[in-house]
Design a protein around this ligand. Sequence first.
Ligand code: SF4
Length: 493
Amino acid sequence: MKKEKGSGLNNSLICLHMFLYNFKLGYVINGYFDIIIITYKINNNGSVYMELKKIVDSRNVIERVKRGSIAEEMNIEPGDILLSINGNKVKDIIDYKFLITDEYIEVEVEKKNGEIWVLEIEKEFDEDLGIEFTNPLIDRAKSCRNKCIFCFIDQLPKGMRETLYFKDDDSRLSFLQGNFITLTNMSDEEIDRIIRYRISPINVSVHTTNPELRVKMLNNKNAGKLLSILKRFKEADLKVNCQIVLVKGINDGLELERTINDLSGLYPSVESVAVVPVGLTRYRENLYKIDPFDKESSKEVLDYILNKQKELMDKIGTRFVFASDEFFVMAGYPIPDFDEYEGFPQIENGVGLMRNFEYEVEKELKYINNKIDLNKSYIIATGTLAFDFMCRIRDMVLTRFNNLKLEVVAVENEFFGKLITVSGLITGRDLMKKLSEYKGFDGVIIPKSMLRSDTEVFLDDITVSDIERELNIRIIPAEVSGKGLINIFKRGE
Ligand code: SF4
């Protein structure tokens, strides 16, 4: 969305080119996406008039230059604009990564003062220039064209932060930050480009390989072409990790068997598959009717997956398909051993998080030779899913610290509904309400995953300081790692 001519003049100034009787001003008009270049001209009669000359893209604006990098050596600075590499316009981050992969490149940069520099750079073949862009994608993020029957975003209540409603489905985000994509909004040219540029690994939300069922689940007529695209990736020797959001009575049972058979047939291109239960909030009015998994149905899923792992281990030498921790907790099954996760390829999907965390805590505690005397008391706040697990972690911690009072508190998710049990979706208000029942602790440890990345803001825009002020208690956000937790006790924060 672009603002009309003449508006937004009080937005921050980005660049300034000045000529005699004719100067250009650039303004950020729409977040970091657009710059409107406004030209002020002076008529023969001396009056000044404003002309909307052109709209240029601010997406190639350099935001950061790494210390000691080639870019710094070349005097490239934040605010400069990357215009081209070897005469080619840089459309997006994939273009950028591809175009800089050479030993000699010519980089055209527009400096903040409007000068155009052409820099001849000799470097190692795959050496990065050391620049980061205002928009990491250098392009608009592609939104998804699906209307999945289980979409979590469709189940958000109204009135939340606008960015939470954005449905991305962008292969560049898969490449950059591991987002899962459905491949339903990509043209043949874009698939060709992934193959040509060898973008890998790609994270794909599969859900099912049955074309008709996938069209139905994703509500998208293009969704049935998935297997043919995955076969092309296999021919090109690209690596793919897959995710299945399992919906009871829809893509489980024989459909899951079919999907796993199809995907394991594409091994080693398809490296692993995560199976996660559908997340259901209490805001599902007018949406597809979906029943949640319970203890019995979770057991059925796990019995199938654990057997399939054995079969695939014999056949292709890997367990290949992994169930998320949530299934194990719901079924009451023990979490698999560390080695059974084969290096945790799907940990971002909640597959093996608990086992890996426990392993890290054990490792950190081994470094403590003599028991540490602490004289402190903390609450560890978590979602209901991890309550029993965190109680086990607490017991482990208490073996290495004296005078430490640790209480694990499960926060029920009233905001999204009780079926949402993970700690990463707990809101500030729910946390505050639960903590108001407790008094006399030195601090409350929460996982950083409860907060928006690199901020102190919860999903409902309540901040850590809000809770601290309201309850007069310290909140201590911990890195989601064994080290992150144990360091809090070691430092006696
Ligand atoms: S791909 Fe489906 S689940 Fe993901 S955002 Fe789009 S509609 Fe929602």
